[in-house]
Every structure is written in C-alpha cells, then in structure tokens.
Design a protein around this ligand. Structure first.
Ligand code: NG6
Ligand code: CA
Length: 507
C-alpha cells in the first residue's frame, strides 16, 4: 500500500517543482541541450545605417541600442530585402524574395492581406517548435480579402498567418484607418460610430487638408492631404470611429506597454515577439518628453524615443528574469528618408548628422542606403560581442531561426545563416538580390551590380537618388562604400560575371 502512495507523492512534488521552475523543453545547439530561447525581433521603420551612435552617429546618442550592439553582434553588411516597408516585411515574415510577388509593393491601408494563409511564415515555423507568437506594432501587409469591414472581426489578419496574438496599426502611421487593431478587432470601437475607409474618394462633407488646411497642425509637403486626424493630414479618407482613433504622441508608449505586458504574461514558455516600432517613419510625433531632445527636430527626437523604449523593454526582460534566455534581433525595414511628405524640419535641422552613414541613396533607392541597415543580434551570455562583415538579410531569419529551434523548413530564398547570426561564423551569404520599387540589384561578395532601368535618377520630392539609370553600374562597396566609382567599363569581366549570377538568381 505504501508504494502507490509514495509514487503519487513523488509525482505531485515533481509536478509542483517543474511548474514553479518553468522547465522548458530542450533545444539542441552545438550539441548541448539548452532551453529554447525567447526570440524578439525589434524592427524600426525607416531607420538609416548611420542613425545610431553604435553605427557611427555622433550627433545622436542611442545608448540602449548601443548596449545591444556592444554586447552582441553588430553587422556591417546587414540588409533589409527592400528599400520600402511592405516588401521588406513580407520577406522577413515569409522568407521569400518580395520581387517574386508582384503585389509586394507599398500597400494602401485597405489592401487585402499579402501573405497567403497557406504560406510558411516565421511565426508558423517557430510555433511548430512550441513557441507562442505575437506581433505588436506596425503591420503593413494588408488585411482581409478585399473590401474590409472595419466594424466586424477582420479576417484574415496576422492571426491567420501564424501569430497567436496581434496588436497592430494596419498600415503606416500616415495612412488611415488611424486605429489599433487587436486580434482582428478595432480597439475601442463604438458600434454607433462605424468606421469607413476609402482610398479613392472622400466621404461627403468630411474635411481634408485641402479643403480645411486650418484644421492641420502639421503641414503636408507631398501627398498626405486627405483626412485629418489629430491635426495631422493622412493618406486616404476615413469617416467615423472617433473613440477608436489613436493618439499619435502616445503611440510609442502604447506599443511599449503592450510589449512589456506580453513578456510578463508569456514568460513561462518560449515566445516569439515581433515588436514592430513606428519610428522614425512620418508623421514623426515624439511624446512631449522627447520634444526638442535631439536638437534635430522630430526625426531625431523619435529616434531618441525609440531608443528609450528599447531600453525600457530590455529592463522588463531583465526584471522578468528572461533576458539571459532571449535572442534579440534588431533591424530596420528600409533606409532613411528626411522629407517623406511633411514639413517637419528633418532637412532643416539635420546639421552634421548623416542618416545614411556614408552610404549612397536612401529609402526608395537601389543604392546601398536603401537596403543596408543597422542589424544587431544580442543574446546575453550566448553571443560573444563581435562586429561581423558577413552579408546577412532579414529574409534569412526564417531558415536561421527555424534551425535554431530545430525546425528546418525547406526554403529557397531564406538561407540558414544561424552561425553567422550568432557571431560564430564570419561567412554569410554569397549573393543577395535587393529590391527598390520593383527594380532589383545584386550584392555579391564585395560587389554591387545595378542593371539598367528606365526612370528618374532622382526622387525629387524626397530628395534622394533612386539608383536608376540606363547604364550598368558596378561598385566595389568594400573599397568604395559611397558608390562613387562605377567600374562597369573598367572591369568588364566582373560585370559579365555578375550579370550572369544576377540572371540566374532571378529565374
Ligand atoms: C509613400 C508615402 C510616404 C510613406 C511611404 C511608405 C506619399 C507621397 N508618400 O507613398 O510618406 O508613407 O509611402 O513608407 O504618399 S514605408 O516605409 O511604409 O514603405
Ligand atoms: Ca519603412
């Protein structure tokens, strides 16, 4: 009789103890059994290669992001797949080259979901390994299947492509609808004040920045002259949903609070959190705590705000006891832009700051500053501090993180660069195709090949070079970081070699 009682007691004690210590299933890494790490991707919007003090900025100090770089791997050849947001996010989450999907372009706020619910995604891959998954922040990959009704549960949404939980802004801060959406439902929606959205025409009698400029507190430079929300003119028309409208100046705090709550409530089991911050995309609306702090106008101020948010978020990981076992990947969806459609002093107050960090071009550009961005991996005690010149792309996170957690997906575009990403190997990709506004170029070893394209060489309104011209351009970006010397004529052999590689990869 005593033996069954003993077994029962032992089982009970074991259950209680294992529950308290939050035992995790082991993951095999370097043949050593370790608990599965939490994974957090911190993704900024339009942050440039030179916008952080750890990447050489002297006029802005970003101590919290610098701490990640100092304690982790800082990549000097880290790439977004594209020079604009939607395609980069598509590649990050699907591991697919965005130029293979003709719809992967900057999406309006009422566009249908770009990712098919049948597609393999990063969150789905991690979920296979038992991860809880969430996105908090900017989505910009479309919602629903056309003609979204914002007043019922929106489907498909991030929740149908792999995220257990989502708390998002649908498109961009400058596009309607200017509301938060939680698991497909508009937050604080008053059913008696339904939301209507239209990207083609205004709703009768509703003010716009053109008809009622006196209602705007931020002035538009190009585009951004449709509906006015919180004094800010936006892209697209929106009616109703008064109680649901977000507060722009509180957005950073709002997403931070959600991200912190997520950690607190999910720390018991491995989680994947995609924390997609809105800074420093337009409209730049720093909380009053940060106004004037950079001396560089709102663009600088929101970069400081983002850095502060990241510091607070990391503090939460630490306080909740999970920092040591959390792999953080930090990056940006595309390169920098100053005037992206509002008068906000970004150009006027820039001073000596170089958001491009010595690269050429910027957001929307095939030149390097369009896609080469800050890229940092940090895993306290696991990653040894290092600077890596390996060529890595955000698109590679799917294969690499899959490998880390023991789910090896059969991917074509996403490469398993786990060891490079953890700073254990110096070698990254051999080749990478980058994209800007549907044109593509090749990074191969030390070289960049930009094929000829028709179109303007300057994006005049924004004030950046597009990288588009009718000739082949060939640069050695290790010797010539600023892409000043086109070697296409003096090195025909390299040019032919890269044209072949490019054409093969594009098939
Ligand atoms: C452009 C907007 C720009 C920005 C961009 C998307 C105009 C004139 N310009 O069309 O302000 O919203 O789209 O940026 O409307 S991204 O980072 O999300 O790709
Ligand atoms: Ca962007």
């Amino acid at each position: 009789k005593i033996i069954p009682v003993l077994i029962f007691t032992a089982t009970l004690v074991f259950a209680v103890v294992s529950c308290k210590s939050n035992t995790r299933k082991p993951v095999v890494k370097n043949d050593v059994e370790k608990p599965k790490p939490n994974i957090v991707v911190i993704y900024l919007d339009d942050l440039g290669y030179g916008d952080l003090s750890c990447y050489g900025a002297t006029e802005l100090q970003t101590p919290n992001i610098d701490a990640l770089a100092d304690g982790g791997v800082k990549f000097t050849n880290g790439y977004a797949s594209s020079a604009t947001c939607t395609p980069s996010r598509y590649a990050l989450l699907t591991g697919m080259y965005p130029w293979k999907n003709k719809d992967a372009k900057i999406l309006p706020g009422d566009a249908p979901l770009l990712i098919s619910t049948a597609q393999t995604t990063l969150p789905k891959t991690l979920a296979k390994a038992g991860y809880q998954t969430a996105i908090i922040g900017k989505w910009h990959l479309g919602l629903g299947s056309g003609n979204v009704d914002w007043n019922t549960t929106i489907k498909p949404s991030p929740n149908e492509v792999g995220f257990d939980e989502s708390y998002i802004l649908a498109a961009t801060q400058d596009r309607v609808p200017t509301v938060y959406i939680e698991n497909g439902n508009v937050v604080n929606l008053d059913k008696n004040d339904p939301i209507e959205v239209n990207y083609k025409k205004n709703f009768e009698g509703e003010p716009t920045a053109k008809t009622n400029p006196e209602l705007t507190t931020m002035k538009w430079h190009h585009g951004h002259n449709n509906s006015i929300v919180n004094g800010i003119p936006r892209i697209g028309y929106m009616k109703g949903g008064e109680a649901a409208k977000w507060s722009d100046i509180d957005m950073a705090d709002h997403f931070l609070g959600k991200a912190q709550d997520y950690v607190k409530t999910h720390k018991g089991n491995p989680f994947f959190l995609y924390y997609a911050m809105q800074q420093p995309h337009v409209p730049r609306t720093p909380h009053p705590r940060f106004v004037g702090k950079s001396g560089m106008g709102p663009r600088g101020d929101v970069i400081l705000e983002a850095d502060w948010c990241i510091g607070e978020f990391i503090k939460t990981l630490e306080e909740e006891g999970v920092l040591e076992n959390t792999l953080i990947v930090f990056s940006s969806d595309n390169g920098p832009v100053l005037n992206d459609g509002y008068y906000d002093d970004a150009v006027e107050k820039l001073g000596n700051h170089d958001p491009k960090g010595g690269l050429r071009g910027g957001k929307y550009s095939l030149f390097e500053a369009g896609t080469r961005v800050p890229f940092i991996t940090y895993w306290k005690n696991d990653i040894k501090p290092n600077v890596s010149d390996a060529i890595v792309c955000q698109m590679d996170l799917m294969a690499s993180l899959g490998n880390l957690v023991g789910v090896d997906e059969n991917t074509t575009d996403s490469k398993n660069l786990l060891r490079a990403l953890l700073g254990e190997a110096a070698q990254g990709r051999e080749h990478l195709i980058i994209e800007a506004k549907s044109n593509t170029a090749l990074r191969s070893g030390d070289w960049i090949l930009i094929p000829p394209y028709k179109g303007a060489s300057m994006n005049k309104k924004v004030g950046t070079e597009t990288g588009v011209s009718l000739e082949y351009k060939l640069f050695n970006v290790v010797k010539d970081k600023g892409q000043q010397n086109n070697l296409a004529e003096v090195n025909p052999q390299k040019l032919q070699e890269l044209i072949q590689v490019f054409e093969q990869l594009k098939q």
